[in-house]
Design a protein around this ligand. Structure first.
Ligand SMILES: *Cc1c(COP(=O)(O)O)cnc(C)c1O
Length: 359
């Protein structure tokens, strides 16, 4: 397939905000987007990079009614000598495909789409910020566009990728968050769609997050939907506990997202010789370890936030502080190493970096 590229007119082009500290998360979008369409006759076709624009869709488009859609989120970083690197891009696009399969969206060619993302980032390379903690966030999305009110698998789709320069997800990078263990709601159940990035999961999580916020917590810690005992995720992040001499994280239960940051941390910290335990973790086990003073740190992991240290949690009305209210040494070390790695200042031993050619 030939990628067509149409550049924005010079008088229409916008500039990235000068001050990186004003970026926030997902507020400014760069000048171009990538899109590609699908229909039953032609399959995926017409890949193009175009000026950022609005879409016109039929109000009956299936995505609006039954949420047949998937998305993902990856990043490009400004590194050594001003170069731009994509981090684990193919892994993210592969996950987009896994998500797509689960909601009957036709698969895409992972290598081709990854290459198109690299071209898009190359074209808008001056939107990749360089201050510490900043990056270019890349959001691929696939939506069902057939106009039909019957619940069915769409015969038409639109894949698009937009990018935005981002600063820190929370007010300040590595500022600890307080979390509340949800007792009233669950996020997903094994066998459903909790292990893929599809919009409905996030709509379903809003109320729990809103209620937790009202009570002074930044995020909710989800327990499993069946026993209401085992740790799943924190907000839209995977969770880690540093207990005794080990780093614990819940195993992939089928109802949590197989986080790429989670995988990166396990491989990176594993290579440092830290013992990693991927297992079913009950909240009681955490409470016991906490009572013995063995819970040294807790943090969430995700592409958007990187690492979010947790300074304490509430469960059954009781609060359990962790650490001294600041990011712990392990969270800091992982965060720093990750930044270095993503910017090309460390040996890329796992082959995670893709250098973007500047268009
Ligand atoms: C995206 C996401 C994560 C983190 O995955 P990464 O690949 O590390 O970004 C964790 N939980 C949920 C619910 C997510 O949507």
């Amino acid at each position: 397939m030939d990628l067509s590229i149409r550049k924005i007119a010079a008088d229409k082009a916008r500039r990235k905000p000068e001050d990186d500290s004003q970026l926030g998360f997902g507020r400014y979008f760069s000048n171009h987007l990538f899109c590609m369409e699908y229909d039953a006759d032609r399959g995926w076709h017409s890949p193009s990079i175009e000026p950022y624009r609005k879409f016109e869709l039929d109000p009956a488009a299936l995505v609006f009614h039954y949420s047949q859609e998937v998305f993902d989120g990856l990043k490009a970083f400004r590194g050594k000598d001003g170069e731009v690197f994509l981090f684990r891009a193919e892994d993210y696009v592969r996950r987009l495909n896994t998500s797509a399969k689960r909601v009957c969206i036709p698969e895409i060619d992972v290598r081709f789409v990854t290459e198109c993302i690299a071209r898009l980032v190359g074209l808008d390379h001056d939107w990749v910020p360089s201050s510490p903690g900043t990056s270019l966030y890349i959001r691929p999305v696939i939506i069902a566009t057939e106009a039909s009110l019957g619940v069915k698998v769409s015969s038409r789709y639109l894949l698009y990728v937009i990018t935005c320069p981002v600063g820190s997800f929370y007010v300040k990078e590595m500022d600890p968050v307080k979390i509340a263990v949800t007792e009233k709601y669950v996020r997903a159940v094994r066998g459903s769609v909790g292990d893929v990035k599809t919009g409905g999961n996030y709509a379903a999580s809003l109320l729990a997050a809103q209620e937790a916020k009202k009570e002074g917590f930044n995020q909710v810690l989800w327990l499993d939907a069946i026993d209401r005992t085992y740790l799943e995720e924190v907000g839209t992040m995977n969770i880690f506990f540093h207990v005794g001499g080990s780093l614990w994280t819940p195993s992939l239960s089928g109802s949590i997202i197989p986080g790429i940051t989670r995988d990166t941390i396990m491989k990176m910290a594993g290579a440092w010789g830290l013992s990693i335990e991927e297992k079913r973790i009950s909240i009681r086990e955490i409470l016991d370890a906490h009572a013995k003073g063995e819970v040294k740190e807790c943090f969430g992991s995700g592409t958007a936030v990187s690492i979010a240290p947790v300074s304490g949690f509430r469960f059954e009305g009781k609060e359990y502080p962790i650490g001294n209210g600041e990011a712990g040494p392990l969270a800091k070390r992982i965060y720093e190493e990750l930044q270095q790695l993503q910017r090309g200042y460390r040996e890329d031993r796992f082959g995670w970096l893709k250098r973007v050619s500047i268009a």
